[in-house]
Design a protein around this ligand. Sequence first.
Ligand code: GDP
Ligand code: MG
Length: 302
Amino acid sequence: MFDFIKKNLQKIYSSITTNLLTIFTAKKISQESLEEIERILITADTGITTTKKIITALNEQFAQGLITQGSQLQTALEQQLIQTLTITQTPQESSTIFLLLGINGSGKTTFAGKLAHSFIAQGKTCLLAAADTFRAAAPAQLQSWAHQSKAEIFMGTANQDPAAIAFGACQQYQKNHTDILIIDTAGRLQTKENLMKEITKIKKVIEKQLPGKKIHTLLTVDAMLGQNSFDQAKVFHEAVKVDGIVLTKIDGTGKGGIIFSITQQLGIPVEYISFGEGMSDLKKFDAQEYVTNLTGSSQTTL
Ligand SMILES: Nc1nc2c(ncn2[C@@H]2O[C@H](COP(=O)(O)OP(=O)(O)O)[C@@H](O)[C@H]2O)c(=O)[nH]1
Ligand SMILES: [Mg+2]
């Protein structure tokens, strides 16, 4: 765990943790300490609505004299942040079909490869479906991931209807009795209507081919894009019901606060974090671990 923290969340540290450390070590906190926390959260992409909610809760505790020292403020802030991230999750344990959504470049194909790798490491068999026919290089990119992770792959032909590829993939999945099916899709952010149509069509095909199987819809969100990512997640969620978020490129940002507004305002849980281009750079999301990394308290236990 500490290796993960050191290597991959280092940039987040430098921006948030350093600033918080001074406040958390103070013997006595003041109204200014809370204002400083508000500023840090906003700078870290936490978003105004979410930050306000957290600060209001902390202000109340401060006014009641419940928090007077930096260390108490740290605990109270961590509780608020963890609470923000803790929302009911659609259980994915029983799901064997994963449908990946997200704008171009947000990390879908990379995530597909990593997810396949994690299932294969658990002894499961896995089929990747290249339903992104919009970009010519996309199927080859997925093929390379299939090769690395030792997953099967189903590829259609250039410009073939994504739903037709999903159909072929379902057939291969059934024929080979594969455990897991992961469907990579195109990422162009079209009109909401087109997006809904395309995804609905793919979903219908799967439901017809594999009746009774639950489809787990995951949306990749680029952590580096800050509030833009929030707006995209909103569009996708309005078009298609998103079950979970995969926060990608967390290794490339000094912020990482966007996760709080997505969870809180859209009500979608974060399920995975992706932090690099390697096959193992993927982790199931853990709210407590994420928050204590941000606030630095996991560092102090080192
Ligand atoms: N640093 C870093 N790069 C990533 C991560 N995930 C994806 N990428 C890179 O981002 C680019 C776009 O990723 P890709 O999976 O092709 O996105 P897609 O268009 O949504 O399928 C590629 O160059 C990936 O190598 C990540 O977690 N960290
Ligand atoms: Mg792709």
